[in-house]
Design a protein around this ligand. Structure first.
Ligand code: NAP
Length: 266
């Protein structure tokens, strides 16, 4: 029986060229290409930049079918395959010359006046002010009160998202397989009035992080998951912990993470 491969592609010219090339080679090799998510597929290929990879992962509702990224974007930190290496990638895939990396996700449970909600992310969640005013948050780790934060907001990042917004806010880089997640403040106020840690904190996967907006901040909060804004009214708390689900990514060069780091950031 022919195997199905899902291809998700953004609409820039280079991505469309990559799509045509990949489709042509895979069809000759007897695969069926699906441009929509097909749950019986053996692989998801995301063509574009990191945004395309993130949208691919969300669009499949964090499927277990492995992902691989073909980079035609501006940065492409998730995207290992270059346009020039498409043929080699397909041969390596068919010959199973790859390893499978588990990417740990984060989950956030939220309680509003009348609802209990849950969201997952690949990169990060952000709680921030929806205006130019600061927000005030009580922060607990495993029900231990750590600090009362005042400032622009906080980022709760996965290891694989640590090179994104987290890094811009001064957070640490975490290798994707490290078992933990990171809390990084965005412009925290440190004064005689307000006191919170300016360093980011790496929290083990066995712990949870609870954030309670103080009453005066209830209506000032914006919540984002992987760059997607969600609007909720009157959130009484957020609870972050490792998600039960993981996604899987094919890795063709075992040194790729460090090569990518040097190539994309230095
Ligand atoms: P975007 O605003 O178009 O792009 C944000 C930039 O972050 C792009 O250059 C993107 O790479 C890069 N990026 C995304 N995930 C990454 C990762 N894991 N490691 C390194 N770089 C990464 O939005 P988008 O492409 O949809 O991505 C959403 C992400 O943007 C959010 O999850 C958040 O991390 C990030 N963001 C960053 C800042 C900041 O650094 N100040 C502010 C807001 C949001 P490509 O060019 O390949 O797409």
């Amino acid at each position: 029986m022919k195997k199905i491969i899902n291809i998700f592609c953004n609409d820039n010219d280079k991505s469309l060229k990559a799509f045509i090339k990949i489709k042509e080679i895979l069809t000759k090799k007897d695969f069926i290409i699906s441009e929509k998510f097909n749950k019986d597929a053996v692989l998801n290929i995301c063509i574009g930049g990191d945004g395309s990879f993130i949208r691919g992962v969300h669009g499949t509702n964090f499927t277990k079918i492995p992902f691989v990224g073909v980079n035609t974007g501006t940065l492409g930190f998730y995207q290992e395959i270059s346009f020039e290496n498409i043929e080699k990638f397909i041969n390596d895939y068919i010959e199973e010359n790859y390893t499978m990396e588990k990417i740990r996700l984060l989950e956030c449970e939220m309680q509003t006046n009348d609802m209990n909600l849950s969201k997952k992310c690949l990169n990060e969640f952000v709680i921030r002010s929806n205006s130019s005013e600061i927000i005030h948050l009580d922060i607990f780790i495993d029900d231990n009160h750590l600090e009362t934060f005042a400032g622009d907001g906080i980022i709760i990042s996965t290891p694989s998202g640590s090179t994104a917004y987290n890094m811009s806010a001064g957070g640490s880089i975490m290798y994707p397989t490290v078992r933990g997640f990171q809390l990084t403040a965005v412009a925290p106020i440190f004064s005689k009035v307000y006191r919170s840690l300016s360093n980011s904190i790496i929290i083990p996967n066995t712990s949870s992080l609870k954030i309670i907006p103080l009453e005066k901040s209830y209506k000032k909060i914006a919540f984002t998951a992987d760059g997607i804004d969600h609007k909720y009214e009157n959130i009484s708390y957020f609870k972050f912990k490792k998600a039960y689900k993981k996604i899987y990514k094919l890795v063709f060069n075992k040194d790729w993470y460090w090569i990518n780091m040097k190539d994309k950031f230095l």
